[in-house]
Design a protein around this ligand. Structure first.
Ligand SMILES: Nc1ncnc2c1ncn2[C@@H]1O[C@H](COP(=O)(O)OP(=O)(O)O)[C@@H](O)[C@H]1O
Ligand SMILES: [Mg+2]
Length: 247
């Protein structure tokens, strides 16, 4: 599959999405119920969210309230019980699994609390992965991935495997991997939750620097007030719904 593949004029769409003040991510009436045996766990109820191009939004809320569940729905990794998610103007519920995968690959970058790098591959190979999946040319991929690893301060660690990197270095590699496809939006689930305070701040600095450079929207869940305060808007998830708060 090449770069201009099956979802038509995506490349053009992506460019125009980035340049205008458009909606990158939009959730409407989003609900999520988990059924476990005879128990119904209502996690999210009729929730709305809008993320503009280039905007950063932090999501706070106590553990178990549903932040990860919400981010999974917004990233098309799980299906809502009701409501819909539009990613760069595409309604995810109207797409099949393969199309959702393509939309994710093209428009989103993900960062998790635990780096989720593939253990048997080097930093360079891990960061190259999203572009390999797109079917880009190897030489071009290597050049872009190397440049990004340099930008996150890992220019001297290109061929290290995850087990040969420190915790902060792994998360910086994960940041580079999330950014390599120049997505419209990064979804990050407690991206620095596993790091000490100083390392967390350094990783976060790198993330904010890269997103500013590429005008990438950023939606992140965090427990950390200091990190949340760096977002354009802070939302708190309580009682299955979001409300804007001031820190
Ligand atoms: N696949 C699942 N099946 C059943 N319950 C789940 C599932 N995923 C999450 N939950 C429950 O949903 C609630 C919210 O979880 P989560 O979104 O991970 O919270 P947070 O990220 O805010 O800590 C928790 O009570 C959790 O146990
Ligand atoms: Mg979580």
């Amino acid at each position: 599959m090449n770069d201009q593949s099956s979802i038509g004029s995506e490349a053009v769409d992506q460019e125009s999405t980035r340049n205008k003040s458009t909606m990158v991510l939009q959730a409407q009436g989003l609900s999520k119920v988990f059924i476990q045996g005879d128990r119904r766990l209502e996690i999210l109820d009729d929730l709305d969210l809008q993320l503009q191009a280039g905007e950063s939004v932090a999501i706070m809320g106590s553990s178990g309230v549903g932040k990860s569940t919400l981010l999974h729905l917004l990233g098309g990794l799980d299906n809502p019980s009701a409501g819909q998610v539009c990613l760069a103007g595409h309604n995810l519920s109207e797409r099949n699994e393969r199309q959702r995968g393509e939309l994710r690959n093209r428009h989103l970058g993900f960062i998790y609390q635990f780096h989720h790098l593939l253990p048997e591959f080097s930093a360079l190979e891990n960061v190259s992965m999203p572009l390999l999946i797109r079917g880009n040319q190897i030489a071009a991929i290597t050049a872009v991935a190397t440049e990004l690893l340099q930008q996150v301060g890992l220019g001297e660690r290109l061929h290290h495997k995850p087990s040969e990197l420190s915790g902060g270095e792994r998360q910086r590699a994960a940041v580079a991997r999330a950014m390599v496809g120049k997505p419209n939006c990064i979804i990050a689930d407690e991206p620095t939750g596993n790091l000490d305070e100083a390392t967390a701040e350094r990783v976060f600095d790198v993330l904010l620097e890269l997103r500013a450079r590429h005008n990438t929207a950023l939606l992140y869940a965090t427990h950390d007030h200091k990190l949340a305060a760096r977002a354009d808007r802070v939302l708190e998830l309580t009682h299955k719904s979001l409300r804007q708060i001031t820190l």
